[in-house]
Each structure stands twice: as C-alpha cells, then as structure tokens.
Design a protein around this ligand. Structure first.
Ligand SMILES: [Zn+2]
Ligand SMILES: [Zn+2]
Length: 361
C-alpha cells in the first residue's frame, strides 16, 4: 500500500521547487518508513535543483532529517516502529572493498531503499542523497535509520544527519584535531562553524575563523573561535601565521572549496600540518601549486566525505554531547519554516543570512 503525502520536488534543472503529491510505498523487507519531524535545508539540495549533482530529475529534496520510525520490513532488527532516529546518507554495505578492509566510513556501496517513491502519475522520484525528507513520510533502507536519545529536539538533531556531521567530522575524524592543536577554519557557514565546534570539543588551543562576512565571524565566536579574520581586510595566510607564532596552524580546514581558499589553507598550515577540504568544489575548478612546496611542506592533504563519519558510531555520541550542553546544535537552527518555504530558504542561504533553515512538520 502506498502512503500519500506532500513533498518538495525539483522538477527540472534550475526551476523553482514545488510542493507535489508523493506516493511513498510501505517498507519492503529491509526498508523503514520514517515519519519526518524536521529536516534542514542544505546547499546540496540547491545543488540538486541546479542540476549540479546529476540529471536524474525529478528529485525529492531534503536529507538532514530526524523523525520517528513508522513501520519496518520483515528483515529489520536495528530499529522498530516508534524509535526516534536521524536519517543517514551513509549506511555501510559490509561487503564492498572498503567495508571489507575495515573502513566502513568510506563505504562505496552505501545502502538505500530498493523501492521508489513516485509522483501521483507514477514518475519515479530520485531522493536527494538517497533520503528525500522534505516530505511527511520517507522510505529508506533501515540501516540508514540511526537511533538516538529522544530527548534531543528534532530541529537540532536532524542537522547531525548531514552538514553538522560533515563539519564536526572534518575536524575530529579527518583532521584528527586533538588537545592543544591550533586550527584554522576557512568559511563559517553551517559546515565551517561545525568544524569550529568540533575543534573546541576536541580540545584545540587556538581556533581561528576566517570569512568575508563579519556576521558569520560573530557566529563563529559563539561556536568556539578564539580569533577571527575577515579575509577581505587582511591576508588570511599572514594573519594565521601571526596568530600561531609565525608557523601556521596544525590543521587548516577549507569549508568553502574554491581554488583560492584551498591555496590559503595550503600555505596557512604549519610544516607537516594537515589540510582538510570539506567544501565541495565545482566541476571546472583547478588548482596549481609548486610541486616543491607540496613536498617541502610535508604533512597531509585530505578530503573529508561526510566528515568521514560512521553514523551508528558518531550520531548518538554528538546527540549526547548536545544534551550535556557541550555542543550547541541549537545555535545552527536559524529559523524553522514550513514545507512550502524551501524555495525562499534557498534564497536566504545564498544571501548568507542563515546557518540553517529547518522545515518542521
Ligand atoms: Zn561498503
Ligand atoms: Zn547536506
């Protein structure tokens, strides 16, 4: 039996999203039907709408969600109806070459629902990142549903499902930030500020926030930045070196993903330091660096996919830290909106007015 709900659909490249009737099948053997309670608006949703991810329109958008399991299929044992979950877009398969090497956080064949959600005329929808949670109900593989403490409010908890986890993990999992480190974060939107919050959680001594917008730098202070640099006014490489004894930071996180910011990150780190790229570059971008500098500066140049997280390991931990008052997830919730406000939320996001708009049901 299909369940009929409203969902936010991107119908064609560049066109405004619309609220459509969506048929959501009952769960198959390995699937879970989730009643969505809140879902954040992420840049990736906008990238889908712009055709920058792939051409598999129409898309059912939304992928930063928390909700309650409505029904599960017959093979499912990790969750049951009534469980409070965050939906993950990484659900390790256990059998791909990365899982078999003991590195499930890189899983190359992450699990998704086998059945399709459809428009009322039967057209199959492509759910954003295998989720599609700008809808009252969504269908996922049960392994994508990660149980968390139900005391966490869904507006805040859902954000851990994508952008906030990407930032926390860029610092803690990929960058390996630990006690006493110096860290610089370039770009203080949702992901960058989560990297700042993660660096504080990990015990970094110096946390330098870089942005071109003073409002975002103010937000960064709230999440734990010890110093801020407006890179329209000051050379950020020189400023980061000046704040770190002339050496550069141990870890520099590029949460923008432009050649210019990557170059800044490359030169703003100390010798043998680490660069983490978590901002997603565009397909036409290129970078040229003197190879002697790549060798001579040593260290590591890493990319962070979804914060290299393992959702079943990481989501419950960060929710517990939130409930203990150690991680300010509420600070990322700039506003709560309705399902028909997503298009306007994209505009606010592009204007840099919000960290996250969150759809609540
Ligand atoms: Zn795998
Ligand atoms: Zn996202």
């Amino acid at each position: 039996m299909a369940n009929v709900v409203k969902g936010v659909v991107a119908g064609s490249k560049g066109a405004a999203v619309s609220l459509e009737t969506v048929n959501v099948p009952d769960p198959g053997p390995d699937e879970a039907l989730i009643r969505v309670q809140a879902c954040g608006v992420c840049h990736t949703d906008l990238h889908y709408r712009e055709g920058a991810i792939n051409d598999e329109f129409p898309f059912l958008l939304g992928h930063e969600a928390a909700g309650v399991v409505e029904k599960v299929g017959g093979n499912v044992s990790n969750v049951a109806s009534g469980d409070y979950v965050i939906i993950a877009w990484r659900a390790p398969c256990g059998t791909c070459r990365s899982c078999l090497r003991g590195r499930p956080w890189y899983c190359f064949a992450s699990r998704n629902a086998k059945q399709s959600m459809t428009l009322s005329d039967g057209t199959k929808l492509s759910p954003a990142l295998g989720i599609g949670a700008f809808a009252e109900l969504t269908l996922v593989d049960a392994a994508q549903a990660v149980k968390i403490n139900p005391a966490a409010r869904p507006e805040a908890a859902g954000l851990v499902g994508c952008g906030i986890m990407a930032g926390l993990g860029a610092a803690i999992n990929t960058g390996g930030v630990s006690r006493g480190d110096s860290v610089a974060v370039i770009g203080c939107g949702g992901v960058g500020n989560a990297a700042i919050a993660g660096s504080r959680l990990a015990g970094a001594h110096t946390i330098i926030a870089v942005d071109i917008d003073d409002k975002k730098l103010e937000w960064a202070k709230g999440f734990g930045a010890t110093h801020t640099i407006n890179s329209t006014q000051t050379d950020p490489v020189k400023a980061i070196q000046d704040l770190t004894g002339g050496n550069g930071a141990n870890v520099v996180i590029d949460a923008i993903g432009l050649p210019e910011t990557y170059r800044q990150a490359f030169y703003a780190r100390d010798l043998a330091g680490t660069v983490v790229l978590v901002g997603v570059p565009g397909p036409d971008m290129k970078i040229e660096l003197p190879l002697l500098d790549v060798f001579g500066r040593g260290g590591s140049l890493k990319s962070s996919w979804y914060g290299d997280c393992l959702p079943t390991r990481d989501f419950p931990v960060y929710i517990d830290l939130y409930l203990q008052g150690k991680l300010d997830l509420d600070g990322f919730v700039s506003e709560t909106i309705g399902l028909d406000d997503v298009e306007e939320a994209f505009a606010k996001m592009e204007r840099g007015e919000v960290l996250r708009s969150v759809v609540v049901f």
